[in-house]
Design a binder for this molecule. Structure first.
Ligand code: URP
Ligand code: ZN
Ligand code: ZN
Length: 470
């Protein structure tokens, strides 16, 4: 038998197994796993390297409108290029509705931004900001049918927060259509109340962003989202969980048999609210929601990953430039943390951070790493088994890792549109050296080899995990 490519001599890891064998690839698919596979147009030597499923980052924001005078640092080209350098073969950004907009029109707009502009594969979640009868009754069911099988709802943010009534209605549509609801759980009124009080006291620097949304704000909303989901009997994913108390809400719900899933992110393992204390506006670099907490919260998030309370480790990549009046140094942001653009870059550093802090330091196994960064994302969002594993018949989406390579994370190594990384100076062991999308190298030995437009839009199936208990 002859293949397009054989990856030879590497150690393969999936979410369940680690084994040594060669990978035969033809027509963009994995077509054989074994020894002595025969001939190929190209043999890739992976001796001493790990051959892993390409990372899937199921929580990224790309080219989203973010408020007057604010521009996101990444378009689809730069975000997917950075993602590929970070060992990813797929990202799931959001198509975000704003009040008064047709969801179908929004989806068209995001396709216009993304189609032909990606280095790796993409698929869209929807953000529901205007839960009108037309959106809930007609647009959403039709879009789920067309492969947009997950949507995010916000319990906070001006213009985005849904009332409990609206949340219940969206969850009902999810139950009826088989879609999965992702929830941003923070209490909007509590944040507004605390923000007003902080501003009245003259506490306006970026560090007060953390004080304006403390842990009870997140815990309460997490509890409420779970309770609403229980009423409807629909599974939900609580995204970007930052601390033990919110995590325990999820764990408790699961012990009661509810299908409540959790996601955490690198910022909750690596940063704390102290990072927001930087002089002048330096703290703005770390403004994201929920905010980074403290060392105890970091330890809790590690426990959540180790115990399977969190099934997903995503970046929540939401990049702005720092030294830019359209980014973190927005003039209005200097008057109050309230106006500092929320979000930090992270799509390129997610995998090296978890590999190094998790696998290299012995906190999680290599198989858990694969599950948390690829397989579970594919299973959660209707992409499995086409994506998210290494098996005969799957897309040949592969990241080749040097598990011993030492690097220090630095903006000079980054390939995205932002001008800083919040993880500057963190030393890591383990690095993705090459990334292959459907059998073709996008990044090879640290060099971009993929072409713009090489990444496809992928319509998704409904997720098994979105099925109600009954
Ligand atoms: O601060 C954050 N996380 N910005 C991105 C939007 C979101 O809430 O996920
Ligand atoms: Zn969010
Ligand atoms: Zn987000």
């Amino acid at each position: 038998m002859s293949f397009d490519t054989i990856i030879r001599g590497g150690t393969i890891a999936t979410a369940s197994d680690t084994f040594s064998c060669d990978v035969g690839i033809s027509g963009g698919k994995i077509t054989a796993l074994g020894a002595d596979l025969g001939t190929a147009a190209e043999i890739v030597d992976a001796s001493g390297l790990l051959v892993l499923p390409g990372g899937i980052d199921s929580h990224v924001h790309i080219a989203q409108p973010s408020g007057p005078g604010i521009v996101m640092a990444d378009d689809f080209a730069s975000a997917t290029r950075a993602a590929a350098f970070g060992g990813n073969t797929m990202v799931l950004p959001f198509a975000m509705q704003q009040k008064g907009e047709s969801l179908r029109e929004v989806v068209k707009q995001y396709h216009a931004k993304a189609d032909g502009q990606c280095y790796i594969d993409v698929s869209f979640h929807l953000i529901i900001a205007d839960a009108t009868d037309a959106v809930l009754g007609q647009e959403l069911p039709a879009l789920v049918h067309d492969g947009y099988t997950s949507f995010k709802v916000f319990m906070t943010y001006e213009g985005l927060a849904l009332s409990d009534m609206e949340m219940l209605k969206v969850m009902t549509v999810a139950r009826e259509t088989g879609a999965l609801v992702m929830v941003h759980a923070e209490n909007y009124d509590a944040i507004r109340f605390l923000t007003d009080r902080l501003e009245q006291a003259g506490k306006t620097e970026p560090k007060y962003h953390a004080a304006s949304r403390p842990i009870p704000v997140e815990r309460e909303a997490t509890h409420r989202a779970i309770s609403l989901a229980e009423l409807i009997d629909v599974p939900i994913m609580i995204v970007h969980v930052s601390n033990r108390e919110a995590m325990e809400e999820i764990a408790r719900a699961r012990r009661r048999g509810l299908k409540i899933y959790g996601e955490t992110c690198p910022q909750y393992l690596m940063l704390t609210e102290k990072d927001l204390e930087g002089l002048n506006m330096e703290g703005a670099k770390y403004v994201c929601s929920p905010p980074p907490r403290d060392k105890e919260s970091q330890a809790a998030c590690w426990e959540g990953l180790q115990q399977g309370i969190f099934s997903l480790f995503s970046s929540d990549h939401c990049p702005f430039k720092y030294d830019d009046p359209q980014g973190k140094l927005l003039p209005k942001g200097k008057t109050s943390f309230r106006w500092v653009p929320n979000g930090i870059p992270g799509v390129e550093t997610r995998l090296p951070i978890l590999f190094s802090e998790g696998v290299s330091k012995g906190r999680i196994t290599l198989n858990e790493f694969v599950a948390l960064t690829s397989t579970n994302h594919a299973k959660t969002y209707g992409l499995y088994p086409k994506k998210g594993t290494i098996a005969v018949g799957t897309d040949a989406d592969i990241a080749i890792w040097d598990p011993k390579r030492k690097e220090t994370i630095s903006q000079t190594l980054m390939h995205g549109g932002s001008d800083y990384t919040p993880y500057e100076g963190i030393a890591v062991t383990g690095w993705p050296v090459s990334t292959m999308l459907r059998g073709k190298f996008v990044v090879r030995d640290g060099k971009l080899t993929g072409k713009l437009g090489g990444g496809d839009y992928v319509a998704r199936e409904k997720s098994e995990l979105a099925k109600p208990r009954a």
